[in-house]
Design a protein around this ligand. Sequence first.
Ligand code: HEC
Length: 139
Amino acid sequence: MKGSGLRLIIVALIVTGLYAWFGNAIPQSPWEAPKRKVITAEMTPRELAREGAAIYKKSGCGVCHSVVGERLRASDLSRIGAERNVEDLAAVLYSGADIMAPANKPPANLTDEEITALIAYLQSLGGRPKVRLGDVKAP
Ligand code: HEC
């Protein structure tokens, strides 16, 4: 039987074609990786602080802390830059405090670079940002 081989190939092509068509017909939602700003060693403390302010916002720090002199669930941070040095800030951010999770763990899940930017921002509250990338040692 000469024709059956050809028929088999045609059937196989049709089946494959149907699968390909069906696969492409499934609607797909576009997936975008979460945007993380690249923090570089060239950034000045002020630039880091600006980035840190955005990180502060998106990390939900404001749920517990105020930066305008109010008492929320936790201490007001409006003068934290004057009150604490880099070591103190790094210690509390990396180890957490009371109900506050370490900043490098969920939910904030920040990188070392982001934590440095956050510290620059905290320094700007009641003081001047001074840290650069590499100044903060993760314990
Ligand atoms: C679930 C509530 C909560 C969240 C969210 C939270 N904190 Fe805290 N934080 C606390 C508590 C409680 C303390 C310890 C007691 C206090 O300072 O009120 C604390 C302490 C601190 C301190 C030390 C304050 C001091 O006077 O020494 C800093 C700095 C700080 N948090 C920054 C942050 C930053 C930055 C974020 C966001 C990444 C954050 N916190 C998120 C509750 C929270």
